[in-house]
Design a protein around this ligand. Structure first.
Ligand code: 5GP
Ligand code: MN
Length: 342
């Protein structure tokens, strides 16, 4: 099992933190919420408390991970109060984010408006490490939650014994692994299954978690999925690339809520010839790009070169600063150029 060289330093720094803030990325997913809530529950067990904070709202299906005794703060709902908390913090732990740009308008308060020590725990490629006092980065894991569980197991008080990890912490870790692997379909490493096995042993209710994460959709979300697949999916580049655009009018028509398009980008990859899939979603002032690929096709490179973004080889994202109506032409041309270069 992998061990990390600065684990002792990590737990020492956390041990001396008194006003701790746990931060994860914009448009939080299961791994983002899972990692901050898992850390919260673990710290609680060691007698410490922490404030959790994310830039904007997370989808409803993740509210089962939001600790009842200390709700996750949404920066956009009260920036002033959050700025004050960050300014007073003596330790900020950033998780599941490759750098300051992943927390948008919260970034100034975290990286400039606070003299706190900063820790990064992350599994993305090319993390920005400068603003952190300790960086624990591993891209050979399924998720930040998997990485965090390894770190917790290496802590002095847990000492490798999963039975000593409280069930809320274990459940949050499992949620992050379940979502980032898309229910164990991708990003699986030997350590992922070993960790998952420990979580089951610990008593995590996988069926309940599966139902809350993967079977909690609204009827309008299912209809939107059907509409996008039948009316909006375009296949280009000789059949190897599929993309879907989703504009605001369509979002309104299908009563779109945060998280409703989660997983849509994976669907076109079920077509045998399709090697890469993109979902382009109109947001406020930009178009959000989600990219997925099969095998060796590197969407991280594509995201960095053409979409102001990044991520992992098979799952990346970014933003386009243009009208949604212009994105299909831009995307098609960019794909042609990218494949020609490759
Ligand atoms: P998703 O498509 O689920 O939003 O994002 C997939 C992955 O792409 C994320 O886990 C993250 O690594 C990366 N990602 C998404 N959006 C951005 C972005 O705007 N910038 C960067 N650098 N990475 C992103
Ligand atoms: Mn993640």
């Amino acid at each position: 099992m992998r061990t990390y060289k600065n684990t002792e330093q990590l737990w020492n720094m956390i041990g001396s933190g008194e006003k701790i803030v746990l931060v994860a990325h914009t448009n939080p997913d299961g791994d983002a919420i899972g990692s901050i809530s898992a850390m919260y529950h673990y710290l609680k067990q060691t007698g410490k408390t922490a404030v959790m904070m994310v830039p904007n709202a997370f989808p409803d299906f993740l509210s089962c991970l939001d600790p009842a005794d200390s709700r996750i703060r949404i920066y956009r709902n009260g920036p002033q109060e959050c700025n004050d908390i960050l300014a007073e913090a003596d330790l900020i732990i950033c998780m599941d984010m490759s750098g300051p740009s992943r927390i948008d308008e919260m970034s100034d308060a975290v990286f400039q408006g606070s003299s706190a020590k900063r820790i990064l725990i992350d599994h993305h490629l090319n993390p920005v490490t400068d603003p952190f006092d300790i960086v624990i980065s591993d891209t050979e894991v399924s998720s930040t939650c998997e990485l965090l569980l390894s770190l917790i197991l290496e802590s002095e008080d847990i000492n490798g014994d999963i039975a000593k990890v409280n069930l809320d912490c274990a459940t949050s870790v499992a949620a992050g692994i379940l979502t980032d692997t898309n229910n164990f379909a991708n990003s699986i490493f030997p350590s992922t299954l070993e960790r998952a096995s420990l979580l089951l042993k610990r008593g995590v209710d996988r069926d309940a978690l599966y139902n809350s994460i993967f079977c909690s959709y609204s009827a309008s979300r299912m209809k939107l999925m059907g509409y996008l697949l039948s009316e909006k999916m375009e296949i280009i580049q000789g059949g190897s690339v599929a993309f879907i655009t989703l504009d605001k009018a369509e979002k309104d028509k299908y009563s779109y809520c945060t998280g409703d398009s989660e997983g849509f980008v994976n669907l076109p990859l079920k077509i045998s010839e399709v090697q890469m899939s993109a979902l382009l979603t109109e947001d406020d002032g930009f178009v959000k790009v989600s990219l997925r690929s099969k095998g060796d096709l590197d969407v991280n490179l594509f995201a960095r070169q053409y979409c102001n973004g990044g991520g992992h080889r098979n799952a990346s994202g970014g933003r386009l600063y243009m009208k949604i109506s212009e994105t299909a032409a831009y995307f098609t041309a960019s794909i042609a150029e990218y494949f020609k270069k490759a």
